[in-house]
Ligand binder design. Structure first.
Ligand SMILES: [Zn+2]
Length: 155
């Protein structure tokens, strides 16, 4: 696939390097998704960059994801002040969200959990970029399956 990585958080206030506050739990569309959109004005899927707000058909598919997945954040004891913050959330489409659940953090031997906003933002960048590779490049099983679809003639 021929496309380049875009860091959505670079387009958030303070270039995504400063916490924006908790946006709460509940339901994405009426609650935390709307709060996230108001704070960031980022309207595209964080992975494939399709518009999710331009019309109601697109918006129906809108979901919200954590750049640093909650499972990773909990396993490595990050402060919830970081991973529950809006600066760890991004709008995503369902297709990318469905392909996005394969991430595992393999920490280096001198690993320490992030202490500052800047630390967290750097780690978030590294993790999100790695996840983007996983989401956008089909794994071998999906590649093979996609081949079967692609080869069906439409004549
Ligand atoms: Zn997407």
């Amino acid at each position: 696939m021929d496309e380049s990585f875009i860091d959505p958080f670079e387009h958030y206030p303070h270039h995504g390097r400063v916490r924006l506050g908790h946006i709460g739990k509940g339901t994405a569309k009426p609650e935390y998704g709307l709060r996230l959109y108001k704070l960031t004005l980022w309207r595209w899927c964080g992975f494939c960059h399709r518009d999710l707000v331009g019309n109601s058909d697109l918006w129906r598919n809108l979901q919200v994801d954590e750049a640093v997945p909650v499972s990773v954040a909990k396993a490595f004891e990050f402060s919830s002040d970081f991973y529950e913050d809006a600066f760890n959330r991004v709008l995503v489409c369902p297709a990318c969200n469905a392909f996005g659940n394969r991430y595992q953090l393999i920490p280096s031997s001198n690993w320490v959990p992030p202490q500052t906003d800047e630390d967290f933002a750097a780690l978030r960048y590294a993790i999100f970029r790695e996840r983007w590779e996983l989401v956008r490049r089909l794994n071998p099983a999906d590649e093979e399956l996609w081949g079967k679809w692609k080869s069906v003639s439409s004549t």
